[in-house]
Design a protein around this ligand. Structure first.
Ligand code: 13P
Length: 249
């Protein structure tokens, strides 16, 4: 399986010019990577800039989508609109969106919509804190089960899972997860999917790690067994992003 590296630009950068510059640097770097698929997720507003600007190792992703298909939903963007921009992947259930009130039920509706339009959902799950009793495991199990409701076994093959513990995300992160914490979760997520869809299907679902990934820790997550990485801050800095890609060569 080739590795999946997702650049989640979040609400950055602030102008189309800067976005083009950043994308060009990724494009340059992408020429040298092997067995790696890079998915760049800019803000909606900049997607059109990159529709015709891609590279064989780069796909275009979005950071969110509406749960409805069309109609009077001020400020929303539909799966069909994203498909018309040649967006192939969409991040759903990101911790930062969950903290704005997005529930598993809403995320589930988004996933079902994306699948109808043949867009790959990148489903983020992760706990807010790790309690000693292990309740975080049932919390993540519920996220996986509730978000995949109604997804058929042929559709689930198109889902990418990302484990992003909330305590490891963004500039206020306390720390990144350890390789062992990630692997425990990868096995656990695969087990839940296996209970729902069978072990063969579960085995082929990529499970990525996200949360304070940088060039110092990227390789160790991949070596430990991550199928890819979901990168926030360090995807905004061409040198840092290129250093991450270089460690994976
Ligand atoms: P950071 O890499 O900035 O911690 O962000 C992780 C993330 O939220 C990616 O989706």
């Amino acid at each position: 399986m080739s590795k999946i590296i997702i650049a989640n630009w979040k609400m950055n950068p602030q102008s189309p010019k800067e976005a083009e510059k950043l994308f060009s640097s990724v494009k340059k770097e992408a020429k040298n990577v092997k067995n790696t698929k890079i998915i760049v997720c800019p803000p909606f507003l900049f997607l059109h800039l990159f529709k015709k600007f891609k590279h064989k190792n780069i796909s275009l992703g979005a950071q969110n989508v509406a749960k409805e298909t069309e109609g009077s939903f001020t400020g929303e963007i539909s799966s069909k609109m994203l498909s018309s921009m040649e967006v192939s992947h969409v991040i759903v259930g990101h911790g930062e969106r969950r903290s704005m009130g997005e529930t598993n039920e809403i995320i589930n509706a988004k996933i079902l919509n994306l699948l109808k339009f043949k867009i790959f959902p990148v489903l983020c799950v992760g706990e807010g804190n790790r309690d000693k009793e292990g309740f975080y495991l049932s919390f993540v199990a519920d996220q996986v089960k509730d978000c995949l409701k109604g997804v058929t076994s042929s559709q689930v093959k198109n889902i990418i899972m990302a484990y992003e513990p909330l305590w490891a995300i963004g500039k206020d992160a306390s720390r990144e997860a350890t390789k062992e914490e990630f692997m425990e979760m990868k096995i656990f997520i695969r087990k839940i999917i296996s209970d729902l869809y069978g072990s063969k299907v579960a085995h082929n679902i990529p499970v990525l790690y996200g949360g304070s990934v940088n060039y110092l820790n990227a390789k160790s997550f991949i070596e430990e067994g991550a199928d890819g990485l979901l990168i926030g801050r360090d995807s905004l800095n061409p040198q840092k992003f290129s250093a991450i890609l270089n460690t994976l060569k």
